[in-house]
Design a protein around this ligand. Sequence first.
Ligand SMILES: [Zn+2]
Length: 75
Amino acid sequence: MVLKCNNCGYEGSKAEFKYLHLADSAGPNSYRLCPKCQFAHYCDELEEGEQFTGEGVWGAGPLRGKVFKKKGKNE
Ligand SMILES: [Zn+2]
């Protein structure tokens, strides 16, 4: 997948666009920096069909619907 900078038009792989931070408190979308002009881009992380690295999807199956709590994180 190639990302294109809306500001300067630079095109590069996602690896070239430095990961900045999450765009939403919940969800995989993030901001990434253009390596050329340092413009921050909103990036849909699911667009590529990459592995989902967020929280919560690992428990499908018989445990579906149950609420999991991570020890020491949400309390
Ligand atoms: Zn740019």
